[in-house]
Write a new protein. Structure first.
Length: 399
């Protein structure tokens, strides 16, 4: 057997798209992927396409800064070629290519099974809560007054939505810069019968302060005498606490809706505002996975709110250029990194380092979990301060 790892050629694109269909069994009406051949890296066994792999070139918010990232997607292997180690070989080749090109220092993905990617140094760097609440339980335990108003968003107002989104996620971590293709995912009406797309914006004195994009569809289960609609929130942005509450009040008045479903960030305010938060029926899920491909380039690209000097040792077998001892000086919102010979405060596997950089967990929490080796315990509080982010990590976009 001869193995070749390369990008697909234009005439091989249909063969590439066939593999994810075999692996994931997507719905028949799923939109066609606009993937380009040059964004792929696949394994060919004896000239046959065996394992598919591709990566979108993204820009991601990283605690107030923008960082280039590779959004790994379309990963799958035809059944007769599984167990050959193709994915590990592709992943290693991809990481080496990313380092060589010096374009993206972080790889991102959503995993069908996280265990597949933990082997390659990925870590879960964001989580989310899925709400499933009836409108009648959207009641706040404190009164408020609002002077704003709502209107429906027109099909020609993408710039309004895009501007609000940019302002909303500017200081956050994990949010992606959206292209027109990405916006299409939110603004394309559902194709299922008797379903519709809704877009509303909240304004005060003519100034837009928040929006919600949602779909409505018939509820297919339960008592037919109960409200018969299901509302799924596709996208939700707010610039003020009042805008947030007012948008939820709109949903509270939808008497024909049986339940509202939304994937919310972990620091979403709703559980702390509702009169009866348990009626959210909140369920936690893992979200984005990330892999630090080049630690020397990643560290300076993030924003920092704390200041101090961090000295650590990285463990990384797949990307040996990350291994060794490093010193980071964080000051004035920026950070500089260099190799050093000093004794480390912490010894950190590369997967744990991703969790610290995204602030999915703190260094103190990682130490309690046994996810890193503490050489100087007094440094943990400094690490917690330097690595904290303004908001909990979250990525609402799927890719």
């Amino acid at each position: 057997m001869t193995l070749e790892i390369r990008s697909v050629r234009p005439e091989e694109m249909e063969d590439l798209k066939a593999i994810p269909k075999i692996v994931f069994l997507p719905p028949a009406d799923e939109p066609e992927s606009p993937m380009r051949p040059e964004w792929t890296l696949c394994a060919f066994e004896d000239g046959k396409l065996a394992t598919s792999y591709a990566a979108w070139p993204f820009n991601m918010r990283f605690n107030g800064e923008s960082v280039a990232a590779a959004g790994v997607t379309m990963v799958g292997t035809r059944p007769i070629y599984r167990g050959h180690g193709n994915l590990r070989k592709i992943t290693k080749a991809h990481f080496e290519l990313l380092r060589e090109k010096r374009e993206q220092a972080i790889a991102l993905l959503y995993a069908s099974q996280a265990s597949i990617y933990h082997r390659f140094g990925y870590a879960i760097v964001s989580s989310f809560n899925e709400y499933n609440i009836e409108p009648r339980y959207i009641q706040f335990h404190t009164e408020h007054s609002a002077s704003g108003s709502f209107r429906e968003v027109g099909d020609d107002e993408l710039e309004l939505l895009s501007d609000l989104y940019r302002r909303f996620c500017a200081e956050r971590t994990g949010y992606l810069h959206r292209s027109k293709i990405a916006w299409k995912m939110y603004l394309t009406p559902p194709t299922t019968p008797r379903s519709l797309l809704g877009k509303i914006v909240y304004e005060e004195a003519g100034e837009p302060l928040g929006y919600m994009i949602y779909t409505m569809e018939p509820h297919t289960t339960g008592n037919p005498t109960e409200p018969w609609q299901k509302l799924v929130i596709r996208d939700f942005v707010w610039l003020t606490a009042l805008a947030y509450r007012e948008i939820w009040n709109v949903l509270a008045a939808m008497n024909l809706v049986r339940n509202i479903v939304w994937r919310a960030p972990l620091d979403d305010p709703l559980p702390h505002l509702l009169l009866e938060p348990r009626m959210l029926h909140s369920t936690s899920y893992d979200g984005l996975l990330a892999r630090i491909v080049d630690i020397e380039r990643t560290i300076p690209q993030r924003g920092y709110d704390g200041e101090g000097t961090l000295i650590f040792e990285i463990q990384d077998e797949l990307c040996p250029w990350n291994q060794g001892r490093w010193k980071v000086d964080a000051t004035g919102g920026k950070a500089a990194i260099e190799h050093c010979a000093e004794d480390p405060q912490l010894v950190i596997p590369i997967s744990t380092m991703a969790m610290l950089l995204f602030n999915q967990i703190s260094a103190t929490e990682a130490a309690r979990m046994g996810r890193l080796d503490v050489r100087k315990p007094e440094a943990l509080s400094l690490w917690d301060e330097v690595m904290r982010t303004k908001y909990r990590p979250f990525c609402p976009d799927e890719f």
